[in-house]
Design a protein around this ligand. Sequence first.
Ligand code: GLC
Length: 741
Amino acid sequence: MDRKKAERRAADLLSSMTLREKIGQLHQTGSTMVSALPGIEVDIEHWVTEMLEGRMSQDEFQSRMAMCKEDLRLAEISRGEIGSFVNLYEDEKVAQVLEASYQSRTGIPAFIGVDVIRGYRTIFPTPLAMACSFDLELFRRFARVAKREAKICGVNWCFGPMLDVARDGRWGRIVESPGEDPYLASEIGRTMIETYQAEDEDGPLLATAKHFVAYGAVSGGQDYNTVSLPKQLLYDVYLPPFRAAVDAGVGAVMSAFHDLNGVPCTCDRWLLTDVLRGELGFDGFVVSDAEGVKQCVAHGVAKDEREAAKLSLLAGGDMDMSSWDYANYLEELVSSGELSEADIDRAAYRVLEKKAEFGILDQRYVFDPEKIAKTVLCQEHRAAAREAAEASAVLLKNDGALPIRSQCRNILIVGELAENRDDLLGPWAFTGNKEAVATIPEGMRNCAPHGVEIEYVRGFSVSDDESGFEEALEKCRNADFVVAVAGETAFMSGEAASRADLRLAGAQEKFLLKLAELGVPNAVVLVNGRPLAIGALQENPGIHAILETWHMGTEAGNAIANLLFGTANPSGKLTVTFPNAAGQEPMYYNHPNTGKPGGEFKFTSKYQDVPVTPLYPFGYGLSYTAFSYGALEIEERELGQNGVLRCSVAVQNTGERKGKETVQLYTHDVTASLARPVRELKGFRKIELEPGESARVSFEIPVQSLGFHDRDGKYRVESGEFEVFIGPDSAGGLRDTFTVK
Ligand code: GLC
């Protein structure tokens, strides 16, 4: 619906509503699990923790959940006291909740908000993995499939994209992020929001830019921890993706859990009103993160939940996700005069305006199981997920062992992660269907050339258990090729999954080093959510190849098989730096030079016990072919403030097979009033070249995009000398200079 009409609809509706009904629109909650059997105590929090931390099997967890029943709060919804629902995954229940909201006096449909982070039923690779594709078209295809599946199942609000720039691999949610670069994160955010919210054949889906703001900068990479940032860093690194999201018209923003410089984002008026609305021009509504309003008490800035509700609403937090503080206290706060009805109207109007604009007010969802069954997980969607997975893999090491040669007739796959559907699916895939996941042995058998034997043995897992080593190593000795699958389980990254040690957990590395001694051709396939300190594998010549596959989702096994057999050629480039050790984090490419940049000389900025350079730098990724770069050409070396840097380079595929290369352009402001990063990504182009083919890749970079924010958050482009780099990653490439007058 067009904006003006939506505004009128919202205003009319608001004028007919009671105070309680308005407050209902500001209250979002999920279902409540209650015991279905007399005498059975339900302790969901404890059960979820046990399962997520691996002390309770998924099956045990499911059997306990079977003893519970979900209270969908249909009575409150039909009384208009709950206007929005979070994280319902079963189609029938979604239809029930929507139907109940249609029965309310106002008939305003409920929001059904879900984390469609990696797809709905068809699960794509993790966002960090897809970012490594450097392919915005892939994100468009992903968002179209995700929207189609979510909407047909009744979902009308997506809690995504997550746009938190992340520089610290210890933080579990790096898996969910677009990586460490603000420019790439902005491009991905803009692309996803435009596609989710497009008035296309599937209609618009309300998107949410989250988590506002700088959640990726939690101290120590420890989830939910405090964030302390100077303004220039906030404005240069963490705000840009949200500015891009607002410019793309994002309808909702989710405030973050943490405090920013001492003020919880949930109730930070400067952040949610002055910056988000005043400076960025956001005009949608803000929803808190789960129970974020209540947490203002624990933060120590609200004396009780009643005060938390007041502070949060006045700060510009329009909707309370599942803390019930708005539902419990707003009406009384108005009658006591501490809040005015106008405060409630302002928030309710913002919510209703988006329900109008996204066609939700007139939505009458028809639950159609046949249509759902035909749409979700259809071959077209699975093909899109497989292509996204193939494009997200990053080839980190290869002495030529990959792709697996046709002479290899007996291939052994070892490592529990290869067979575990939950782990191949990965985190933030609660709406996915794990039975639909292709395991790696299944994928290899689907794609193996005729006559090739594929065998699987567990051998090892992420635990310390070495009992399977002997049998597995014996089988490795007799194999023509060994695919060893190592990394992390689905719940070792994601929310509340920070880790202080980035080495492979348990006895994984010990097994791999024994494998390395056998001299059998091999490849390590990584299934993991975050950067890992795998220097021991990189340095060991007995490990012939390392393929980073992240958590690839529904089509994991098929995509990995295509990559190992060479049907697909890896083209991913890392969007997060891999450190040599956790102690080196946060480690990122766009860092200032310092006065004593790390080098040979003792008295320079470095650690004594690990190399100065990262294990793998941002932008790094190999291919089964090779590319060479010709001379960097710059059209004009003296540029004015409104000038455009035009430069180009010829790239040739010098190998024997077709491949894709992501050509990256970085700039460096050599001397400025603030120390500037040694490189900043300003452009990228992914090109496909046949063997021997070359192409000229050109860039046009506006001078106005080369600036930075000063200590007061003011943007400036300073004159002086700049360096420009074009190459295959953030460490090498061609260099030249130009001047801004
Ligand atoms: C979680 C996450 C947020 C998600 C919300 C609803 O705690 O922080 O990203 O959208 O709750 O699931």
